[in-house]
Design a protein around this ligand. Structure first.
Ligand code: FES
Ligand SMILES: [Fe+2]
Length: 411
């Protein structure tokens, strides 16, 4: 019989080892949580519907009638922009006999039409037509009630261009879900920034490894050319890292802890710095530069760019990454500045702007995650440990996952 609760999957020992008060003695969760298809299904059913999950960006659907199919916890959804230019998220399930209505991204739609029997829905999901339902073209003799047969809306909200959904409809508000992140980043005027590029790609690793990458211990080994010196990461005398690793509620944040260094950090490109709300003096505040919103969103901050990403679990060993880059307003169409914008993108994606080239920050991270995933097939991969100096965030995330899955298990 398949396990039906977290303790059946893990056993009580794994959870108590994870929670050892001495982080250096704690043990990470077993490899099966990254490889077992039943655990993957368990997460889809018990975690993703109950929290806020990122599905994409407002810029994925820039104009009225633009729509993209997306998936959360195995549920097909439509992200679209309706006639009032508002973001809408709908269940992508026809109310006649449950067929996927929108199969591929589309632009400038007036309606959604089910490919099976031609039922038509408005951009807000409202049922508009059920052709020949009663044998007549107008289907008026025996009409279907739109109130009970429109595409079902999904609770959604936007935070700084990122579109989130909560399938269960009963999570606390997105504002409260992200309170710590907003406190940390609220001085940036991220909403005014403009989308300049987006990428989507698959990589062969479990989605959780993205959240577990929220540490700086790997920087000098993985991101050569960007982070080269361990002396930039830690004070050798005291062993104190130069980054504060902040884990709180649903957020993981990495904040350089030296204001002087932050001020001296050069702007690597000849573009205006990220817009800052005028009431707070610039450089008066340290800012986290790498942020993760559990379970599946990252929000990275350059000096100029805001680069959020959402990660959609596809299979235990396969994840879809969707990343967008936003730059200060008013510069994206300036041809003279284009080479500077390209430099930003190359930093993330590599000189060939290709994930496969593995020379950008994100491609390098995902390459290591693929190595981690491969290792998790081994019988010796359960013995995983954390550095007290660097990896409190990794343990925090695993415990966050445990708490949410424990809360969802039947008693
Ligand atoms: S299933 Fe959509 S119209 Fe029949
Ligand atoms: Fe990294």
């Amino acid at each position: 019989m398949k396990p039906s609760s977290l303790s059946e999957f893990l056993g009580p020992e794994a959870i108590s080892q994870l929670r050892d008060p001495d982080l250096n003695l704690a043990k990470g969760l077993p490899a099966s949580i990254y490889t077992d298809p039943d655990f993957f299904t368990f997460e889809k059913e018990r975690l993703f519907p109950n929290v806020w999950v990122g599905i994409g960006f407002e810029s994925d659907v820039p104009n009225v009638g633009d729509a993209v199919p997306v998936e959360v916890g195995g549920s097909p959804l439509i992200l679209c922009r309706d006639n009032s230019s508002q973001i809408q998220v709908l269940h992508n399930v026809c109310r006649h006999r449950a067929t996927v209505v929108l199969e591929a991204p589309a632009c400038g739609l007036k309606t959604f039409k089910c490919p099976y029997h031609g039922w038509v829905y408005g951009l807000d999901g409202g049922l508009l037509a059920t052709p020949f339902w009663d044998g007549t073209a107008s289907a008026k003799r025996c009409p279907v009630d739109p109130a009970s047969a429109s595409l079902v809306p999904v609770r959604s909200a936007v935070w700084n261009h990122v579109v989130f959904v909560n399938l269960s409809g009963d999570a606390p508000s997105l504002d409260s879900y992200l309170a710590e992140m907003e406190e940390e980043l609220g001085h940036f005027d991220l909403g005014s920034m403009e989308a300049v590029h987006s990428e989507a790609w698959f990589f062969n690793a479990n989605w959780k490894l993205v959240m577990e990458n929220w540490e700086v211990y790997h920087h000098v080994w993985v991101h050569q050319g960007v982070f080269d010196l361990m002396s930039d990461e830690v004070d050798f005398e005291t062993g104190k890292p130069c980054t504060d690793m902040i884990a709180s509620n649903n957020s993981l944040m990495l904040r350089p802890n030296d204001l002087r260094k932050e001020s001296a950090r050069p702007n690597p490109v000849d573009l205006p710095l990220m817009p800052w709300k005028p009431e707070i003096p610039r450089e008066s505040k340290l800012s986290s530069i790498a942020n993760a919103i559990l379970p599946n969103v990252t929000a990275s901050m350059g000096r100029v760019e805001f680069a959020p990403a959402v990660y959609i679990p596809i299979a235990p060993d396969k994840t879809l990454a969707k990343m967008s880059w936003f730059i200060p307003p008013g510069i994206k169409d300036d041809e003279k500045l284009r080479p500077e914008v390209d430099k930003i993108l190359e930093r993330w994606l590599g000189p060939d702007r290709s994930i496969a080239g593995r020379r950008g920050i994100r491609a390098q991270d995902h390459y290591c995650m693929e190595l981690q995933q491969k290792a998790r097939k081994s019988p010796v991969a359960d013995d995983v440990r954390f550095s007290k100096t660097w990896e409190a965030n990794v343990r925090y995330f695993q415990n966050w996952l445990v708490e949410r899955l424990e809360a969802s298990s039947p008693t």
